[in-house]
Design a protein around this ligand. Sequence first.
Ligand code: FAD
Length: 355
Amino acid sequence: MIESSRLSERSVEIDERIATYKGVWVFIETDCGHTNPVSWELIGEGRKLADTLGVEVWGVILSAPGDVNYDVAKDAFSYGADGVYLIEDEILGDYRTVPYTKGLTYLVNKYKPEILLLGATILGRDLAGAVATTLTTGLTADCTGLRIDVESNSMAATRPTFGGSLLCTIHTLKARPQMATVRPRVMEMPIKKNNRTGQIVNVNLGMKEEDIITKVVDYIRGQDQIQLAFSDFIVSGGRGLGKIENFRLINELATVLGAEVGGSLPLVQAGWIDSERQIGQTGKTVRPKLYIAVGISGAIQHRVGIDGANCIVAINSDPNAPIFDFAHYGIVGDAIKIMPSLTEAFRNRINQIVV
Ligand SMILES: Cc1cc2nc3c(=O)[nH]c(=O)nc-3n(C[C@H](O)[C@H](O)[C@H](O)COP(=O)(O)OP(=O)(O)OC[C@H]3O[C@@H](n4cnc5c(N)ncnc54)[C@H](O)[C@@H]3O)c2cc1C
C-alpha cells in the first residue's frame, strides 16, 4: 500500500515537472554563415507540431560572434520561427561536442522546451546524442514522421526499424524535452515568408577555452562534394545493370539531363559507386523532381530514400518488381537495350528545345 502510494506521488511529481516544459525548438545548424537547409525543413515541421499544441517555435543558434547570425535568425523567422535563442562566443567558431552540448543543455534547462529537433547530419547526430545523454531524456534518431498524439499530448516519432522492414513509433512520455533527429530532405521545405518577424534572445555561454580539451587544429574540406540530396534530377542504377561497364548508361543519361547519379546499396558494396551516391535508408534521402531508377527492384530500404520524389520512372525487366507498386511511370524491359534509345530520345528532345 505504502509502495503504491509512493509510486503514484512520484508519477504526479513527474507529470507536474513535465507540464513546465513548453514550446518546440529547432537547432539551427550553421557553418561559416551557411545554414544547413535541414534546419528550415525542421522549422516547417516544428511549426506544424507547435500549431497542434498551441505553442511557439524557437530556433537555437550557437556560433562565433558575427552579423551573419542575425541574418540567419531573420531566415528562421521567414521559415516560421517565432523567436531565436542566440549564443555567440568565439569558442563556438568550429563545432566541438563539449561547448555545443554545454550551450544547448544550458538553454534547455533554463527555458524548458517540450520538443527539440535536430538534423540527422554528422554534427546533429553527435550533438543530439550528447545533449540527450546529459539531460537523460529520450531521443528518436532518423525519424521519417513526426506528429502530436493528442491523447498522451506527446510527440509520436516514427522511424524505420528491423532493417527498414517495419516502421515503429516512439513516444517519450516521462522525460522532457522529447528529442528527435531527422535526415535532410525527409521533410518538405516550408514556404519562405519574408515579412515574418520574431524575437531574438541573446544568452552567454560562460565557458573558457581552457575548459575544453579538444582543439581544432585544421579544417580539411572534402572536394567536389556530391549534392545528391538537393538535386532536382537523379538517374540511379541498381544490380539489374549486370556489370560495372553498364553503369556508363546511367552516366550518359545523367549527362544529357544535367542530372546527378545515384545507386542502390549493392552497387556501393560492389565498389561501382561511391557510398556518397547511395540512396535509401542507410544512404541519402532525396526529393528530386524526377528520379529514374534503372534495374532497381524497389526494396523498402531503397524506397524510403525516394518517397519524396515528385516523379519516379522505373525501368525493370520484371513486371512484378516492387518498384512498379510506387513508380509513377514504368518501362518493362531490358535496361541495357532501353537506355541508349532513351538517352538518344532525351538528347534529341533537349536539342530541339534549346534550338
Ligand atoms: C539494414 C539495411 C539497410 C539497407 N539500406 C539500403 C539503402 O540505403 N539503399 C539501398 O538501395 N538498399 C539498401 N538495403 C538493401 C536492400 O534491401 C536491397 O537489397 C537493395 O536495395 C537491392 O538493390 P537492387 O534493387 O539494386 O538489387 P536487386 O534487388 O538485386 O534488384 C535488381 C533488379 O534489377 C532487375 N533487373 C535485372 N536485370 C535487368 C535488366 N537487364 N534490365 C532491367 N532490370 C533488370 C531485376 O528484376 C531486379 O528487380 C538495405 C538493407 C538492409 C538490411
